[in-house]
Ligand binder design. Structure first.
Ligand code: FAD
Length: 382
């Protein structure tokens, strides 16, 4: 029996209604998983982190992670919906009582989708404090100008959690100061200062470029205090890294289950290919790597849910799980020989989907540099 077995069983049953064929078709046509997301919302899973008083189930990050893990494990693509869960870290901890009362019940019942997280910019890249998108206060509103890139699901979301500068970087004593977070009403913004350009990618991820040209947002849409946004957004980033680690664990399980089953069934030279150590050992290694990453992922979730510092664990979990899923995916492809490349097996699609997590939401190099500097106390390398 695994942790949260009842949730796992429920999500697995829901995912059985959306088999590989469903995801393959979306992938081929670059379509959004509307039906799946609606089903996940109406069955309450997407509101796992929303407190019960606002219509959610009030569960922690570990439970939310298990939901995403089981979607991955079943062969689905949680990239269609995961942002609703990780943006919660910022809103639940730093949103005002009015903001929570207004938005959370609507997000929980599905009348509002919060699926867009706007941080990355073309010039700043990973160097988040160098973002240039600027929100200038004018009376009871802010005027936003700038550009974001790789903002996923923007065309399928009603709300965007946006990070912008409210004081220029050269005017603050600490570079993490002067950044603020806004909850932007996308439907109102579109065509009134916000333009969205889709970007085609190697997997079906609905990512986009956003252009802000004198977009007016009400001052009441700011989360927390002006200038303190970087600290708030870290809560979403740590949850995001932990939840992506859960997804990668789900990918590992998908690949390992498929690989071991195929290794038992496929006969070449008159015996199952899995009786050869050259086939069996890489699958066994993938399992060991997955289990180690899984333990770190649950530790990151436990720390976040306990309100403790979890930056190191969230980063390590994401790196270990992404590496484990990449290795498991490669092993699964190799085990299937030529058939692994056939789209109908879903392995090449899942391999493309899990490859992203070497780069997003934070690349492996940046995680290693975080560990070197902040955990081991070595000199910053850049
Ligand atoms: C499909 C997709 C979806 C995404 N969705 C979102 C989203 O919804 N919201 C959002 O805000 N962002 C999103 N992102 C952005 C993602 O988080 C960034 O791509 C990622 O953080 C890396 O930033 P970058 O692409 O600018 O790479 P860069 O910062 O330009 O880095 C390029 C490479 O150089 C390496 N590098 C950079 N600096 C150093 C250094 N000092 N030492 C060693 N190596 C270094 C990096 O590790 C990386 O491999 C998405 C990206 C993709 C591809």
């Amino acid at each position: 029996m695994e942790l949260y077995q009842d949730i796992r069983d429920g999500v697995t049953a829901l995912c059985a209604e959306f088999p590989g064929e469903y995801w393959r078709k979306l992938d081929a046509n670059s379509e959004y998983a509307d039906k799946f997301v609606a089903e996940l919302t109406s069955s309450g899973y997407l509101a796992a982190l929303i407190p019960e008083e606002y219509g959610g189930s009030g569960l922690g990050v570990a439970a939310a992670g298990v939901i995403l893990e089981e979607i991955s494990r079943s062969g689905g693509h949680p990239g269609a919906c995961h942002a609703q869960m990780y943006t919660m870290g910022t809103i639940l901890r730093h949103g005002s009582a009015e903001q929570k009362a207004h938005y959370l019940p609507q997000i929980a019942n599905g009348s509002l989708r919060l699926q867009a997280f706007g941080v990355t910019e073309p010039a700043a890249g990973t160097d988040t404090t160098s973002i240039k998108t600027f929100a200038r206060r004018e009376g009871d509103k802010y005027i936003v100008n700038g550009q974001k890139i790789w903002i996923s699901r923007a065309e399928h979301s009603d709300l965007l959690l946006l990070l912008a500068r409210t004081t220029l970087k050269d005017q603050v004593s600490k570079k993490t100061d002067g950044l603020s977070v806004f909850l932007v009403d996308m439907k109102q913004a579109l065509g009134n200062g916000l333009t969205i350009h889709p970007i085609q990618t190697m997997m079906n991820h609905h990512t986009t470029e956003l252009f802000f040209d004198d977009l007016e947002v009400p001052a009441s849409s700011m989360i927390g205090e002006e200038g303190k946004g970087f600290r708030y957004i870290l809560d979403s980033m740590n949850v995001e890294r932990t939840l992506i680690a859960f997804e990668c664990i789900g990918d590992c399980k998908f690949f390992i289950e498929r690989a071991s089953s195929y290794a038992n069934d496929r006969k070449v030279f008159g015996r199952p290919i899995g009786s050869n150590q050259g086939i069996q050992f890489p699958i066994a290694r993938a399992y060991a790597e997955m289990r180690a990453a899984e333990l770190m992922t649950h530790e990151a979730a436990r720390l976040f849910d306990a309100g403790e510092r979890c930056g190191a664990e969230a980063n390590m979990a994401k790196m270990l799980a992404a590496d484990a899923s990449l290795h498991a995916g490669d092993t699964c492809l190799q085990t299937h020989g030529g058939y692994g490349f056939a789209k109908e097996f879903d392995i090449e699609r899942k391999f493309r989907e899990t490859r992203l997590y070497q780069v997003a939401p934070i690349s492996t190099n940046l995680i290693l540099s975080f560990i070197g500097e902040h955990v081991l106390g070595m000199q910053r390398s850049f």
